[in-house]
Design a protein around this ligand. Sequence first.
Ligand code: GLA
Length: 381
Amino acid sequence: MPYQTLVQQAFVKHFDYPAQGIWAAPGRVNLIGDHTDYNDGFVLPAAIDFATYVAAAKRNDHRVRVVALDLDGQLGEINLAEIRFNTEQMWLNYVAGTIQALLTRYPQVTGADIVVSGNVPLGAGLSSSASFEIALLKALSSLYGLTLDGELAAKLGQSAENDFVGCNCGIMDQFISAQGKAKHAMLLDCRSLDYQHSPLPDGLQIVIINSNVKRGLVDSQYNARRAQCESVARALGKRALRDVSMAELMSNKDKLDEQALLRARHVISENTRTEQAVLAMQNNDIAQLSQLMRASHLSLQQDFEVSTKELDGLVAIVQDVVGERGGVRMTGGGFGGCVVALVPDDLVPLVKTRVNALYPAQFGLVADIYQCTAVDGAFSL
Ligand code: GLA
């Protein structure tokens, strides 16, 4: 059954009246440019054809009720007059945080009944939480006739994470979920929020491989990495690592501790690779794109230290098949999650066969393989 029908029918079942509409927002995969967004740098994500779907209707009593179909139909309730962090239903904090952020701009929002479901794999690094936030914002914006655009929605979603959930993430995930474009990746300048849609190369498929090593941004060392990056920028008297060149970093290396230096070296080199990757895509220079993705993976593994042996293993398996005709790297925050590969059409079956044969043998885990297409964001249409 399509998710639209699923959430619509579940809404009637749980709340005994019909929803006023159905809204959705996609997950994302990042082709290159990881751990650069919160350093005011560059990213190159695409919105993918996995989404979070929301059926919703207005309430006028300052209450929000949410049914999460993918979490055994759990019901969560929020009192808008007194929004509190919920330690029992962690998932509900994404709703509470999003609505709290929305209310700072639009106090006229007086509640909602909501049913949510979707197929963005949870905790896999494909932005299930950002897609939930953006789907909620799209729904509430439509229900209340708000003048909310994609950029503001992305900022509010990020604020839900930073100011409520406790994850100091950057803006990439929410921004691409809101503003992506079908068949394109987006080069986003995370400081100015200027962006450029860049067509994905013909003849390459986006293949995402889930290592099935579960990750949790908040529990992981994500916030610690961000703090390290910011401390280097501060030590060099700069606003962000975006403003530090590799030469400047290296000439100041005696001032910095060894680990912080590696973290910064990743960010600065990754910004350069990301800008080069867009040019490579535009020139259809797949060998160059391949090398940039490979260098990005090594940098995330060795300098930023956010890869895992399972992700490294998957990258090696895929790299061996695609060579310079495609690219592969870990994607997103790391500490588990997925690798992203750009695979020539004719090699997709071989990538799948090799991963299915070798990954379980090497790591005792089964990978999930998703062949994806780039889609429009929730606010792009
Ligand atoms: C997570 C965060 C993003 C970004 C990536 C790493 O997905 O939510 O803001 O920092 O990690 O690139």
